[in-house]
Design a protein around this ligand. Sequence first.
Ligand code: GRF
Length: 205
Amino acid sequence: MTRFAVFASGRGSNLESLFESLAGRPEVAIVLVASDREEAQVLERAEKRGVPTAVVDPDDAPAILELLAAHEVDWIVLAGYLRRVPPPVVAGFRGRILNVHPALLPKFGGEGMYGIRVHRAVLEAGEEVSGASVHIVDEEYDHGPVVAQRIVPVEPDDTPESLAARVLEVEHRLLPAVVRAAAEGRVRVEDDRAWVEGELEWETR
Ligand code: GRF
């Protein structure tokens, strides 16, 4: 069984989609949900499912590493986690930390590029397409190699909110698909490249 920890700072809709999509798959489990914010809704979602939770000091690498070891975590998934992963944790989980980002990286990423700001920037730039990306986390915000992306067309009457909602639906399918591939050992990382071997099991809902 492949054991995942999910780190998130807020609402946790991506965590919910992971729970739904991984139900009935004994080969993959979310064994820990951690947040830097005590009041984050994501913690309630985990508690409802009986998954252990933790509030972490995002800069305390030894404590985070100890927590991950205690839960025998294989992979970390950042799902709306707004803090940088400290370098010792990146080093300890090199190539085994995934992040979902609501745009087509390497465009519209980096420090401060999160939430509605991303979609506002996409519209202000006059882009015809946006999308969702899942990438490997390294020491820089939104920087590591992209594992998988899906395009979402920008509509002429889009607002940042309407675009965010359409991109989020795609995130909810893309992230579980990549997590399942990771659990099957099909997420490959080599230097500055990452990819899924074989097909992404893309759910239609
Ligand atoms: C998502 O758009 C994710 O890509 C971004 O933050 C948002 C988190 O949403 N990093 P949720 O907390 O999963 O509902």
